[in-house]
Design a protein around this ligand. Structure first.
Ligand code: HT7
Ligand code: ZN
Length: 855
């Protein structure tokens, strides 16, 4: 496949100020007539190129007259047309078969609905068009469909007109007044019920809100509606951004390649990010609904009103919008817990990406298939870059920069550079060196050491940064790294204030006076920079910080590091002070001033995968053994506390308040440690929680705890869960996921059996992710030394590639981490990558991921 390079960007030869679309909708045969008003952009004689993918023109007309087949041709799917003048009306007709569209890109059928997904390059599967984000058009859309099967017809913008036809069909016309790139086009047709509400904007306009789902799902849409209204109010309050159309619709669909899509005025969602009720959704699911509804809504400004010039600028909208949704969720709940959760996601998904063969900068230089670049680096590291700018600027100046960015680029297709420039101009910053964060891939390491001088009563903080080589970037320059630090007096447990240091050189020292005794370093507070900090702090220093640091993230981090040190020592057979961890956990549990949700985060052991990331060579079995042993020790030594917490936090009435969620989180943590203690009544207590819970958070946690062990209760709970939820796809996903993620010695065999289960299907991305996505994130099971885990995932990739290459390609990266493992596992992983690549007719998506993964 050919490589697209950022440096090759050229502005479009032809613009399309207006497009009229007519859809004659039917799952078996849909006809699409498109009328494009095209204008020549600048002085050139290039033909008009209209991208197409898997479609053929049945008619081509220019200015109302049919064009003979010899004046146009198809080139790599695109329609190439030579036009004499500077402005023309180009009309095409194509036919589609939505019910056979298994890629879920373009127009497809899902659960009786017809819907679209156009980002990044799906519009070209619907009609011929310059499918690039810098061509902005006004859309008029007319849909006709059978009224009984598709009573609801939705598209972007505002509804204009509708009517019935004699033959049982009906039609509707929608018009979107805002020029938009074609990736934001959407339509939905189906038999849908609506949760309708209203929002009055700050300037007094009433917006009609609709969440459209199948009738039986209506009771599960309340949380999404609340999240939507909260998001609209938050964007007005925090960024001064109002919604701009008279209607805002959301539709939930069962088959979706991603989380959701921000189409202008018509967001389309994976149903897992809309539907929630206590019976089927966990607190994590509730938070996911809130966060994704907010994310898509916020795109109305960061993505739609100001869009991207080209796909290399993807983080312009995604990084900024993730930053916005993270802050929104923090404001709705706990800032401390949200920051910890976000950093955990970054470390689990983005750090490994940044240190592997698929590492790329936040603004990539090249790609083969853009769908492969919807990555944790673009989204989550991109958000960290905005967070660092906000930290350096401070809240008022950051807001001034954001205002300038939106005002300066409203209605335009912009670049990451435009954003940085607006921040420099609006916030009065110099971000010269900071721009390297967009260019250089890899996670910086910062070595921090404190040198104390008792004579001058001063300390010197020496910081040294390094950035490892990544594919195509062997040598790196020093970055501008903002680090929040504090120096603690170990006797009084106080500090003189939190300081923001900006490390700009490879090595720099910072002097502090007034320290008669050596202080304890608290660094990267709030995770102020997405870097790996290396310090020589002792276990005693870490224990001190885990008990006394007033920055919640730093307190959590100290505990994590304390645990990591013990576990890594254990893994390599060195002696380790497990008692220090037990004591630190005991101390945390007894600090009644702490929020239970925060306590649950702090006392949680680092994941097996995170521990692997801390080692030069990952040893899955040794890590598992060491972690299980420490877990048992914590379980045994603090058994009475776990029992008390578990009994004391039993919820009475279900609520999604932060306090109720925190109590459930801590209760589940207590259950987990209690089971790990090996207490003979552990399975019975877990089974009782499973049976008695009035909510999915406690039920699934109990199931997960049981799934890790061997007991009669395990089998019973899995059976009960299956029988209760086998008709509810989203909840049945949890049954697959819990087993695939379980720390049971036979997980790989269980997954093999589940892949043959009658309810497993490759046609639904959620189901594939629930089984194979979860399994490949389960380090101990996936890296079974026999290689059977690798083989299963490769088999799935090969089979799925024929149906849905995008989802197949997303399963490849775990196989690409072979350099991190022993030669036995590494060669088995490479062999599977080679087997995938040898597959005839392999998609561009999987080819790119698998071939890069071999490097
Ligand atoms: N902007 C949306 C991206 C997206 C997507 C990308 C590739 C293939 C399918 C997709 N569906 C949605 C989602 C978002 O970040 O808001
Ligand atoms: Zn997004």
């Amino acid at each position: 496949p050919s490589v697209i390079r950022r440096s090759d960007y050229r502005s479009p030869d032809w613009l399309v100020p207006h497009i009229d679309l007519e859809f004659d909708l039917d799952p078996a045969l849909t006809r699409v007539r498109a009328q494009l008003s095209v204008t020549r952009n600048g002085g050139h004689d290039h033909p008009l190129r209209l991208d197409g993918d898997g479609i053929v023109p049945l008619e081509v007309m220019v200015d109302g007259r049919p064009v003979s087949p010899d004046s146009w041709h198809l080139e790599a799917g695109a329609l190439i047309l030579t036009l004499p003048g500077d402005a023309h009306l180009v009309e095409t007709l194509v036919e589609l078969v939505p019910e056979s569209n298994s890629k879920l890109m373009g127009l497809y059928a899902s659960g009786g609905l017809l819907c679209t997904q156009c980002e990044a390059e799906g519009f070209r599967r619907i009609t011929f068009f310059p499918d690039r984000p810098d061509v902005l058009s006004r859309y008029s859309v007319r849909m006709t469909a059978d009224k009984a099967r598709f009573p609801i017809l939705l598209a972007n913008g505002d509804p204009i007109d509708r009517g019935d036809l004699d033959d049982g069909r009906h039609w509707a016309v929608w018009h979107d007044p805002f020029p938009k790139p074609c990736y934001l086009f959407a339509l939905v047709a189906g038999d849908l019920a609506c949760n309708a509400d209203q929002f009055v904007t700050a300037s007094g306009r009433t917006v009609q809100l609709g969440i459209w789902v199948k009738e039986s799902d209506l009771p599960r849409t309340g949380h999404a509606m609340t999240a939507l209204k909260n998001s609209m109010a938050w964007d007005e309050r925090v960024y001064g951004r109002e919604y701009d159309l008279d209607v805002f619709n959301i539709v939930a669909v069962a088959d979706f390649n991603f989380g959701a899509m921000e189409n202008k005025g018509l967001n389309i969602f994976n149903s897992r990010y809309i539907l929630a009720d206590p019976e089927t959704a966990t607190d994590i699911d509730y938070d996911g609904v809130e966060g994704v509804v907010a994310h898509e809504y916020f795109h109305n400004w960061s993505g739609n009103r100001v869009t991207c010039r080209d796909w290399f600028q993807l983080s312009l909208k995604e990084g900024f919008t993730v930053f916005r949704d993270q802050n929104f969720s923090a404001d709705m709940g706990s800032h401390a817990v949200k920051r910890i959760e976000d950093v955990r996601v970054l470390r689990a998904a983005q750090f490994p990406e940044d240190s592997g063969p698929l590492a790329h900068p936040v603004r990539p230089e090249s790609y083969m298939e853009i769908s492969n670049f919807y990555t944790a680096t673009i989204y989550n590291k991109g958000a960290e870059l905005i967070r660092m700018i906000a930290l350096i600027a401070g809240p008022e100046r950051f807001r001034a920069g954001a205002d300038l960015y939106f005002d300066r680029h409203d209605g335009e297709a912009a670049t990451c550079e435009d954003f940085v420039q607006a921040m420099e101009d609006g916030a009065g910053l110099d971000l010269g060196q900071f721009r390297l964060w967009y260019e250089q891939a890899g996670t910086p390491r910062v070595q921090a050491s404190l040198i104390h001088d008792p004579v001058t009563e001063s300390v010197e903080l020496v910081l040294e940064q390094s950035l490892p080589p990544t594919p195509g970037q062997p040598v790196k320059q020093p970055m501008a790294i903002p680090l929040r630090v504090a120096l603690f007096n170990p006797v009084t447990a106080t500090h003189h204030g939190d300081e923001l240091l900006i490390l700009t050189d490879a090595r720099e020292s910072f002097a502090f006076s007034g320290f008669a005794t050596p202080p304890i370093l608290s660094i990267n507070r709030g995770f102020s920079a997405p870097v790996i900090i290396q310090t020589d702090r002792s276990q005693a220093d870490l224990a001190f910080l885990s008990a006394h640091d007033d920055d919640p993230f730093a307190r959590y981090e100290a505990m994590q590091q304390l645990m990591v040190n013990v576990l890594i020592a254990r893994t390599s057979g060195r002696p380790a002070d497990e008692q220090a961890v037990v004591d630190a956990i005991r101390y945390t549990l007894t600090d009644t001033a702490l929020d239970p949700a925060f306590v649950a985060e702090v006392i949680r052991l680092p994941s097996e995968a995170y521990l692997g990331d801390q080692m030069t060579r990952v040893e899955p079995d040794a890590i598992h053994t060491a972690r299980e042993a420490l877990q048992t020790r914590i379980g045994v030594d603090l058994e009475h506390m776990w029992r008390d917490i578990h009994a004391g936090t039993k919820a009475n009435i279900f609520s999604t308040s932060p306090a109720a969620k925190g109590a459930r989180k801590l209760r589940n943590a207590a259950l987990h440690y209690l089971a790990a203690s090996g207490a003979s009544d552990g399975p019975a207590i877990a089974f009782a929680q499973f049976s008695e819970a009035d909510n999915m958070t406690e039920r699934q946690a109990a199931l997960g705890t049981l799934a890790n062990g061997h007991s009669a209760e395990r089998d019973a709970a899995l059976d009960i869960f299956y029988n209760r939820y086998c008709d509810d796809a989203l909840t049945l996903d949890k049954w697959f996921q819990t087993q695939a993620f379980s720390l049971h010695p036979d997980t790989a065999d269980h997954v093999a059996a589940l892949a043959l289960h009658k309810d497993f299907t490759l046609a639904n991305p959620n189901r594939v992710r629930a089984l194979f996505g979860a399994f490949s994130a389960n380090q101990w099971a996936f890296h079974h030394r026999s290689g059977k885990g690798y083989r299963m995932v490769a088999d799935c990739i090969i089979a799925l590639d024929k149906l849905n290459p995008q989802t197949a390609a997303r399963l490849v990266p775990p196989l690409g981490r072979w350099k991190r493992f022993d030669e036995g596992r590494a060669s088995l992983m490479r062999a599977e990558l080679q087997r995938i690549l040898a597959e005839p007719g392999l998609s561009k998506d999987v080819t790119e991921q698998a071939s890069k993964s071999l490097n």
